[in-house]
Write a protein that binds this ligand. Structure first.
Ligand code: HEC
Ligand code: HEC
Ligand code: HEC
Ligand code: HEC
Ligand code: HEC
Length: 397
């Protein structure tokens, strides 16, 4: 008996039992037609559920920060989950949620950041998994459903209220940049600050937003730096690396694996398989001068920029030094009862040192420091752009 027949049989049995309680039996119905043969489900399942496909990628994925990281435990609000969770991400994609910041209709003196997930996505939003990037999986159970990826559309930047867009020629980069993009700096009523003034009125006093421990653009600055879009561009002369058109995030981060890097670990460190390909590099390695000189330049200039920002404090750092590695991660060393209780500036427990006044250029410099430090590629993503942003920022104040 095929499945369809067995189903009809069970239904008719149930009918018989019920009918028998009610009165005399009617005549047995005619047999239903046989259903058409289904696809051999087992075969399509096996085309993915085998050790070369699902298991192989899952093993790699087990080493990924997407899998291992715990940031989603803290990023639980509607404005956080689009980049930190499964449901939040698919929600903003399916609704095409705009990256705009607009006046609040019920309170016109305040602004709302529209880039947030719907309330329904807040319940068990889930960590990032195979179905987050491959949303077609299990829709028809066919072997091709790893593609299309969940989104490859151009990414209006939330940092810029949608006014600037990241759009990689190799469009899978847009999937990554949808989450790996900076967040907006807003004033006390929630409005986006006017970044343009940071460069057009560099010497004016910065008064567009309060400055606190966490002021800034958050951590996902990679997409912006890799695309060469969205820095606070002092001066001129900006251009992009060949990586922006010829490579993609996946070329370097998902290259064929070596050790515990590449593939679905998304980790590029020490894996040069993606670099050493036809029409790209040959002989790229950890000791190749092109790489070491790039990284040294950016790390030296970043230190110089941090020192310049810190000098505004006239004897005490503006940026907070992270005790774990001695680096400045881009936090501002302002007292915060919960997050930075030992902060130096504005600390009610110390001889209350008021946080110094900043100029627009100095505030822009702090943003650029965060963009480049947190990008963490030390120039690899887009050397000409990152170098120009650093050089011009250091020169402006
Ligand atoms: C296009 C590839 C593909 C096909 C075809 C496919 N699966 Fe999957 N399946 C996946 C992936 C990827 C996962 C997630 C694995 C992970 O999380 O490590 C998954 C997960 C699962 C899970 C775990 C629960 C879940 O939903 O996460 C079950 C059960 C499952 N598949 C059953 C099936 C069955 C039954 C079929 C055939 C009818 C099938 N799959 C066909 C790719 C596929
Ligand atoms: C749904 C949003 C989302 C998408 C899509 C996404 N990422 Fe991520 N990614 C994150 C988040 C969030 C983290 C940090 C997770 C944590 O630490 O808990 C992260 C972490 C990483 C890390 C590790 C960073 C570190 O500090 O070690 C790399 C590398 C990375 N992603 C690369 C990529 C690449 C390449 C793509 C595209 C193929 C991509 N990501 C797509 C959200 C995303
Ligand atoms: C536009 C996307 C985006 C939004 C919105 C976002 N994040 Fe993130 N966040 C990221 C990415 C990407 C990373 C990982 C960066 C990395 O590891 O290099 C990250 C990292 C983090 C981390 C880990 C930081 C660390 O250094 O370990 C925490 C905690 C975090 N986010 C909390 C939040 C909270 C809370 C919110 C909401 C207020 C939020 N995020 C909103 C993209 C986003
Ligand atoms: C953060 C996004 C992301 C997540 C999460 C993710 N993938 Fe992928 N996956 C991609 C991208 C992007 C590609 C295309 C890679 C390329 O173009 O080189 C891809 C390609 C694939 C492919 C086909 C190409 C290949 O590499 O052989 C398979 C199979 C696959 N993924 C399986 C999985 C499985 C299984 C999981 C869960 C364990 C998973 N993916 C999780 C982004 C993701
Ligand atoms: C040309 C190769 C290349 C391209 C293209 C590229 N990356 Fe990277 N990326 C790197 C390297 C190399 C590092 C530094 C890794 C290290 O040394 O730990 C890095 C660092 C990162 C990190 C921080 C990892 C960490 O350990 O903190 C994230 C996240 C990231 N890239 C995401 C992206 C995203 C998203 C894209 C596309 C928008 C992208 N990258 C494009 C090579 C690349």
């Amino acid at each position: 008996m095929n499945k369809a027949k067995r189903f009809l049989f069970l239904i008719s049995m149930a009918g018989l039992i019920l009918a028998s309680c009610e009165g005399p039996m009617g005549p047995t119905g005619a047999d239903g037609k046989d259903g058409a043969d289904g696809k051999d489900i087992n075969e399509t399942c096996k085309s993915c559920h085998n050790s070369n496909v699902v298991l192989a990628k899952s093993l790699e994925y087990g080493y990924s920060q997407h899998f291992r990281g715990t940031a989603h435990d803290h990023a639980t609000m509607a404005g956080c989950i689009p980049c930190h969770t499964h449901k939040g991400f698919l929600d903003v994609i399916s609704k095409n949620t705009p990256a705009t910041i607009t006046p609040n209709p019920s309170n016109p003196s305040r602004y709302v950041n529209n880039y947030a997930a719907s309330a329904s996505a807040l319940s068990f939003p889930g960590s990032i998994n195979c179905f987050t990037c491959h949303s077609s999986l299990h829709t028809g159970y066919s072997a091709t459903e790893f593609f299309p990826l969940s989104t490859t559309a151009a990414v209006p930047m939330t940092m810029w209220g949608g006014a600037k867009t990241i759009n990689f020629q190799k469009s899978s980069g847009n999937l990554c940049a949808k989450c790996h993009q900076p967040m907006p700096v807003t004033s006390s009523n929630g409005a986006l600050i006017d970044y343009a003034r940071l460069t057009t009125e560099p010497a004016a006093k910065y008064d567009m937003s309060p400055v606190s421990y966490r002021t800034g653009v958050h951590y996902g600055t990679h997409g912006a730096m890799a695309a060469g879009v969205g820095g606070i561009e002092f001066g001129s002369g900006y251009s992009n690396s060949e990586h922006v058109t010829k490579a993609s995030c996946t070329s370097c981060h998902m290259a064929s694996p070596t050790g515990q890097a590449g593939g679905h670990s998304f980790n590029p460190a020490g894996n040069y398989n993606g670099c050493n390909t036809t029409n790209c590099h040959s002989g790229m390695s950890a000791t190749n001068p092109l790489l070491t000189e790039t990284r040294n330049y950016v790390s030296t200039k970043l230190k110089e920029l941090a020192s310049k920002i810190n000098a505004i404090g006239n004897g005490h750092d503006i940026l907070q030094k992270d005790p774990s590695d001695g680096n400045y991660h881009g936090y501002i060393d302002i007292y915060d009862a919960g997050a930075n209780p030992t902060g130096y500036w504005n600390n009610p427990g110390q001889l209350s040192q008021p946080f110094p006044e900043l100029t627009n250029a100095q505030f822009g410099a702090i943003i650029n420091y965060q963009l480049i430090y947190r990008d963490a590629s030390m120039g690899v993503h887009n050397y000409p752009y990152i170098k120009k942003l650093l050089d011009n920022t250091i020169a402006v104040f």
